[in-house]
Design a protein around this ligand. Sequence first.
Ligand code: C5P
Length: 637
Amino acid sequence: MSAPRVLVVPGGVPCRGVVRTPGEKSISHRAVLLGALADGTSIVHGLSDGADVGASLAAVEAMGAGVDRPGDGTVVLHGGRGRLHPADGPLDCGNSGTSMRLLAGLVAGFGWETELVGDESLSGRPMDRVAEPLGLMGATVHGRGERCLPPLHVRGGALHGIDWTSRVASAQVKSAILLAGLSASGTTVVREAVTTRTHTEEMLAEAGADITVEPWGEGRIVSVRASSLQPVERTVPGDPSASAFFVVAGCVVPGSAVDVEGVYSGPARLGYVPVLQRMGADVTLVPGQPGTATIRATASPMRATEVRASEIPSLDEIPVLAVAAAVAQGTTVFSDVGELRVKEVDRLAAVADMVAAFGAFATIEGDTLAITGVGGPLRGGRFDSQGDHRMAMAAAVAGLAAGPGERSLVTGFGAVETSYRGFADDLRRLTGVDSPRPLLVAIDGPAGAGKSTVSTAVAERLGIDRLDTGAMYRAVAALALERGVRPDDAAAVAALAAGSVIEVGERVAIDGMDVTAVIRSPEVGQAVSVVAANPEVRHHLVRRQQAWAAAHGGGVVEGRDIGSVVFPQAQVKVYLTASPEERARRRNDEAPGGVARRDRIDSTRDASPLREAEDAHRLDTTGRTVQDVVEEVLSWL
Ligand code: C5P
């Protein structure tokens, strides 16, 4: 299942119940890498399902670690140094700096060369901070230029311990050195003047590594000696930044009561909670398993406050706190938040735009953001994430905070896959029936009405995928003709439809046979309506169309029965028509009278005939430009 590409959010639907956010990212990365090294079977519950941790997981899998997913978000790793081998190609770290730096330390202990690559943004991030200490330990590490930019080539082997004093506070660098130290002779020592995140040393100790930690001024000295690791079963605590979205929803949507369970409560990670408390929110922290808490939020009126950046060091929770500010009475001031400009997008501008889209007011002066709230429910709005996962989730919460009866649209919602694939599913569980859903646009109508052109353009404008269901029926007809099966041999054609794999995209293929051109032939045009009148064929194809939408996070789907049978829940249904002359002209490649014949069969058959859904918008495209028609369809969103 994919995250919705466009999320439709009903306003004023309360959130009630218990939710658990995906695993905290730093701990998840380390659980994967230590699981790959440990001899035996490690079990990780609640691993982060985001793309970054996915990159670490794919990397260890490529080196021979076994990865099973028995369900329930549990990941089982079969690891051990003896199992690991050189990967077939480069290890792709995607957008994840953590993956690249930690993996560099891990593979430095292996007697072969590994190439680590990343996406465009990661390829611009310096790796010299890890390359230098790993080089001193005896590995050969090359990147581009002086700052050692990716791709990174690491040749490992016989390492020896070093005594390294960190020049920058970085848990990633510390972790890379410690991971390499697991296979180095002697003792590997990392001194840090300021203590950075301590997950690596804690998790290594838990896995039985020979590791010691002593205080060093305000920081610490961590020493590790060559060790083999024991497998561990662990539950990764919930991600604190992700918890903020549900907690704010719980605070601001009237009637809500939300428990976010098992949230990591380590130092300086839940600074957003006291901010909400100052705003008058009813939020409490209930201690859970060591290092975790349940955050309980109940809706209550909110008032403005002042927020200093030092309260939220990563600034990750500012977008959703901005939603709380938009609902609150008065002007909330966020100071020193200029760093928001250099996040995934210019988040400072994005936050101001979002707040305005939902009816509140925002101003930016220097590094200060001021939001004047409406003192109650917001207005339904339309907002594009520009590919930023946190903006997408914050906007979904803003949509819920709109008044009852309002409806909001978040485009670019697929960005949530970076950190929280199941966000919309979790939100749906908390809100029940009238909940946020992926956008589905159903476009039906007779041949030549303009469905393909219009659906392609609408999908492009919304950034969602398009499915041409007619091409699926045509593919089955083409396969029947190819196999010498008569189109009216119902049982034989149904068997073909049931047993075949159909791919519909830019190219159309059935059972691996490319039929992109042949499905537009007059022969297939003749046969398709007979094939499509076969109830069993329809049954198989409708199920696949529904699965397609689930896998694509919604979409624009065109056909004959989309609004009435395949997706009766589609938020927008369009019934396109055009005059018979116009339609025949548009389909002039078809045999004379072919369009009329097809229309007759399509609308008089027993099995879901071509029919206008009751709640469809009827649109006659005769003599109208594509752009004009598309604008009208988009206006119905
Ligand atoms: O859309 P297109 O003209 O390519 O569709 C070809 C045929 O497929 C239609 O004439 C109709 O018989 C069938 N069809 C259908 N239901 C759909 C889509 C197409 O019956 N959802």
